[in-house]
Design a protein around this ligand. Structure first.
Ligand SMILES: [Zn+2]
Length: 589
């Protein structure tokens, strides 16, 4: 259902001012917010003081989670000529504890990410044997690339950053703190990064003949207490149901564009919603997580684990806020939304910022720690600079800061934030949050999700030829689409009723149950209360190998394994689609 534009929305949006958020941005611009560190504690204190002053109820949690803080990296070429290079090491890579290791350097091209969507990909079909080698390659040390190189026997990896500043990052695929299943994916090799100029020199050297290097890294890794701050503004009619609005407070360096501006947004939304709390129908929870940069979303994942059943039963949707209000960020492109939330995500940007947003399927990134539980979501990055402008400046794709390449570097300082853009983006977040919390019928439309499934399945069937028959699944997805069309047609009559109306409650309960079933099959492979790896997930991931099976010889082992995998995947998807149809039919729900 399209969300109604709430009658209170203008008042709430107009109440947003830049004063309190800009003061936060200025304060945070001198705080290097390592997860669990002293400066981050000061940042948390700052927000707590504001919330207390206004009377906004809040709770500060301090879970003990696995955090890895890079301290130092050294890289030297030994032969054919001695040279010391400037380097960094990503969070969660293996620490040599400052001790030198050495090995032969070999260059393996894997390419720079062509766009933000490719930042999280692996190296793909790498055939080379790199056993015992220090592999030099380009791009960000993404978990996919690091795991691929490690699996192929690399002793260490050195990444050539795409610019003159080396971008910080995290290279583990383990989402949140590890459990018994995910711990085996912990990176076991040292990883370093060099800048473009020195990296290109090193690459040319490696192409010309044998090169020997030695290197050392030092990371401070361990279980440490990190802050998770939650503000809650209770709704007046259905207080147990809530919208979760969230962003990370920890940063790389001063992290103004990523993510002091986001922290400021959350604070201002808390202030205006608290001021208008008598008009809020359902609750809004606002979370500032630590452990995003140095614990692979450790804070939000801990929250998902600790409040799993509450999220499961009562979370309407969640909205992520990362890198709003940056310099030159005049358009809304590459904005994330799940299909069922596309309507509200675009409407809000159009109504508040007067722009047509483009974007789509969320990446497996940012604190999107609630897909296994099955909670719909929209936004992460929102406003960004025009692609032409980025090109004109010679910029390459980055994962935040409104496409400013200061992202994850020492340059992410006060000049990256923009007052006007920030004010506009805070208004977008305030309106989106209010609309989601106040719409009598939750602003989700699973017809769009079922339509997406049909298109995905048809594409997979086409690619697979007759290696697997997806027709039963396509038929079921179409039938679900029809059922949902009838469901939303009849729901329309309830769209203007009270939140507490029994019919409205019934419709919403069904929407909640639909999300529990349909979000996991489209975004996860692991169980509902586990967390998939931080490696991008294709649509309906259980069936995605259908795109590869046609290329395999029918008598090969790979073909047989893929066919077995697809048979199991088909069962999971089919069962979920049938369950979704039963939820709609269920007269009692
Ligand atoms: Zn960020």
């Amino acid at each position: 259902m399209r969300a109604q534009r709430d009658p209170q929305e203008d008042a709430v949006v107009q109440a947003v001012t830049i004063d309190a958020p800009w003061a936060l941005v200025e304060r945070f611009s001198s705080l290097v917010r390592d997860s669990g560190g002293k400066a981050e504690g000061k940042a948390i204190d700052y927000i707590v003081r504001q919330l207390s002053r206004w009377g906004v109820p809040h709770t500060l949690h301090e879970p003990e989670l696995l955090i890895s803080l890079p301290k130092r990296a050294r890289l030297e070429v030994l032969t054919p000529e001695k040279r010391t290079l400037t380097s960094k090491t990503p969070s969660m890579s293996l620490s040599t504890d400052g001790r030198w290791q050495r090995g032969p350097l070999t260059y393996i091209p894997t390419g720079h990410a062509g766009g933000i969507m490719a930042i999280f990909e692996g190296v793909g079909e790498l055939q080379a044997d790199v056993t015992g080698q220090v592999v030099l390659t380009e791009g960000y040390p993404s978990p996919g690339k690091v795991a691929d190189l490690q699996d192929r026997g690399a002793r260490a990896a050195v990444f050539i950053s795409p610019g003159e500043r080396i971008h910080e990052g995290i290279c583990t695929s383990i989402w949140g703190s590890p459990d018994l299943d995910s711990i085996r994916r912990k990176p076991r090799i040292p990883v370093l990064a060099v800048n473009k100029t020195e990296g290109t020199w090193l690459r040319d050297l490696a192409k010309a003949g044998p090169v020997k290097v030695h290197y050392s890294t030092k990371l401070d890794e361990g279980w440490r207490k990190i802050p998770v701050l939650l503000a809650e503004i209770r709704g007046t009619e259905e207080a147990e149901k809530f919208v979760l609005l969230h962003g990370h407070i920890d940063s790389w360096h001063e992290g103004v564009g990523d993510n002091a501006t986001g922290d400021a947004t959350l604070l201002e939304v808390a202030r205006v919603l608290w001021r208008h709390r008598d008009r809020l129908r359902r609750s809004v929870r606002i979370a500032w997580w630590s452990g995003h940069s140095h614990g692979r979303y450790a804070g939000s994942t801990w929250f998902a684990d600790t409040y799993a059943l509450d999220l499961d039963e009562n979370c309407i949707l969640h909205i992520n806020c990362d890198s709003p209000g940056c310099r030159w960020a005049t358009v809304f492109e590459d904005v994330f939304w799940m299909s069922e939330a596309e309507g509200i995500a675009k409407d809000v940007i159009r109504d508040v910022a007067g722009q047509n947003a483009s974007g789509g399927r969320p990446l497996r990134a940012g604190d999107k720690s609630f897909s296994n539980i099955g909670v719909s979501t929209f936004y992460m990055l929102t406003s960004t600079m025009k692609k032409d402008l980025a090109k004109e400046k010679g910029y390459y794709p980055v994962g935040g800061c409104g496409a400013n390449i200061a992202w994850h570097t020492e340059d992410d300082t006060l000049e990256i934030a923009d007052r006007e853009h920030l004010l506009r983006d805070i208004r977008v977040y305030a309106a989106g949050t209010l609309r989601a919390a106040n719409s009598p019928v939750y602003p989700l439309d699973f017809r769009a999700t079922a339509g997406e499934f049909v298109r995905t399945l048809e594409r997979y069937q086409e690619a697979a030829g007759d290696a697997i028959d997806l027709k039963p699944v396509i038929d079921e997805a179409r039938a679900l689409e029809d059922d949902l069309a009838r469901f939303y047609d009849s729901a329309r009559a309830s769209a203007t009723r009270a939140v507490s109306d029994p019919d409205v409650r019934r419709i919403n309960e069904k929407q909640r149950r639909l999300a529990m079933v349909l979000v996991p099959i489209n975004y996860t492979r692991a169980g509902r209360f586990r967390h998939d790896p931080a490696i991008d997930v294709p649509p309906l991931p259980d069936l995605e190998p259908a795109t590869k099976i046609a290329a395999l010889a029918q008598d090969s082992e790979a073909y047989r394994i893929t066919r077995t995998h697809l048979a199991r995947g088909r069962n999971r998807v089919l069962a979920a689609l049938r369950e979704a149809r039963r939820i709609i039919e269920d007269a009692q729900a």
